[in-house]
Write a protein that binds this ligand. Structure first.
Ligand SMILES: Cc1ncc(COP(=O)(O)O)c(C=O)c1O
Length: 393
């Protein structure tokens, strides 16, 4: 019996495949971009429309109003957030915008420290804060696209209001060690705001152990929750002193009083809501959260490291250049291959049901997830090699 067969036999996580119809009809290696749809989403959305149709306005009291809080607690459980600390938003950008609207960027403490490799959407948001007095300090990559934690730590001082960095960088899949960054930020009196989109669902994250203040993420990727469901964790340590300027009636302690102000904010996660919550998106997100929470981040990570390790070894055998980190402690769930004609190779692979993506400047990105079989890892790498050869011919 081959080694791969032995592994496959002991891989209990493949039992979840039956919950994800798409993984049976494709080679699904794009969960860093769009996780496969859980079967339960169809029932969830059907029940949502049924409720709307039959219960009308009563739906708010019968479940809709409570839903974002329940869903927030569910996703928060995956990263060990205390109940009542996670608010739901449309996406990471809007979640971070709410959080940052609570920060006064006034000298002498007006700096926001981020990295050059953070996701463009949040970098644009930080750029916009410059108009509100923020001084943006972008820590550059040193060699290739690698960010050194020591450089982030060195950029933090008493002028820093917020340290806003990714946990896993989206282009390179580099996993940043947040512990020294969070420690230095605390010492300097700065808030930490972590973009954990590329981490939660594939890398274990524990907000309490890390001691981070704020953490944002979304659902489309590793959590298999579809579009429209971003989340924001705010530690109870800092919650009371944060008063977002980007707010709304749903953040009021008694929204249905329709009080014209001054604003009295809710004491828990609802403090960070804005207007009417996007119920269907949160309904759709629930199945993926439940499955990831049931499997557990540690089991997902163990499997991810094993399969990405195999992909890296095969890439070496095939002469495909790996640019994501090789060390297990430094890599997220994605393998990045810097190949010639990545875009053409990607287009050809997508057309033949091999699902992956590419990013300008780094090449092809491929990711197994808990539903991936070991034989698919070998198969996808063979298909990539073939497509890269063809694209170069
Ligand atoms: C690290 C990271 N942050 C943010 C985003 C996107 O954020 P949003 O939810 O605002 O679209 C992505 C990918 O789409 C990402 O990989």
């Amino acid at each position: 019996m081959s080694e791969a067969t032995v592994e496959a036999k002991s891989d209990r996580l493949v039992e979840w495949r039956s919950e994800f119809p798409t993984v049976e009809s494709t080679l699904y290696f794009v969960s860093h971009s769009l996780g496969a749809m859980p079967r339960g989403v169809e029932d969830g959305l059907r029940s949502y429309v049924q409720t709307w149709k039959t219960r009308g306005i009563r739906a708010w009291d019968e479940g809709w109003f409570a839903l974002p809080t329940q869903i927030g607690d569910l996703v928060g459980g995956i990263f060990n957030a205390e109940p009542g600390t996670v608010s739901m938003h449309e996406n990471v950008t809007s979640a971070q915008a709410v959080a940052l609207s609570a920060v006064d960027f006034r000298p002498p403490r007006n700096r926001l420290v981020c990295t050059a490799e953070d996701f463009p959407s949040v970098l644009y948001l930080y750029e916009g804060l410059a108009r509100r007095g923020a001084e943006i300090v972008r820590v550059p990559a040193r060699s290739g696209r690698r960010i050194e934690e020591a450089d982030v730590v060195a950029a933090i001082d008493e002028r820093t209001a917020v340290v806003a960095v990714s946990h896993v960088l989206f282009r390179s899949a580099q996993l940043l060690d947040l512990a020294p960054i969070a420690r230095r930020a605390r010492e300097a009196g700065a808030l930490t705001l972590i973009d954990a989109y590329q981490a939660v669902g594939t890398v274990p994250v524990d907000v309490r152990a890390l001691g981070v203040d704020l953490l944002s993420g979304g659902s489309i990727k590793w959590l298999c929750g579809g579009p429209g469901a971003g989340y924001l964790y705010v530690s109870p340590r800092v919650r009371e002193r944060l008063e977002p300027a980007l707010t709304g009636w749903m953040a009021h302690e008694r929204p249905f009083d329709f009080d014209s102000g001054p604003m009295r904010r809710d004491g828990r996660a609802r403090r960070f809501w804005t207007g009417t919550p996007a119920i269907p998106a949160f309904v759709a997100a629930r199945s993926g959260y439940e499955i990831v929470a049931r499997i557990g981040a540690d089991a997902i990570r163990d499997k991810s490291l094993r399969q990405t390790g195999r992909m890296i070894a095969l890439a070496d055998d095939f002469g495909l250049r790996v640019t994501s980190p090789r060390e297990p402690s430094r890599r997220g769930g994605t393998v990045v291959l810097d190949v010639p004609n990545a875009e053409a190779a990607c287009t050809a692979l997508l057309a033949s049901d091999v699902l992956l993506d590419h990013r300008p400047g780094v090449g092809l990105r491929l990711a197994p997830h808990f539903y991936t079989r070991d034989d698919e890892v070998d198969l996808v790498m063979a298909r990539v090699r073939e497509a890269v050869q063809r694209a170069g011919a």
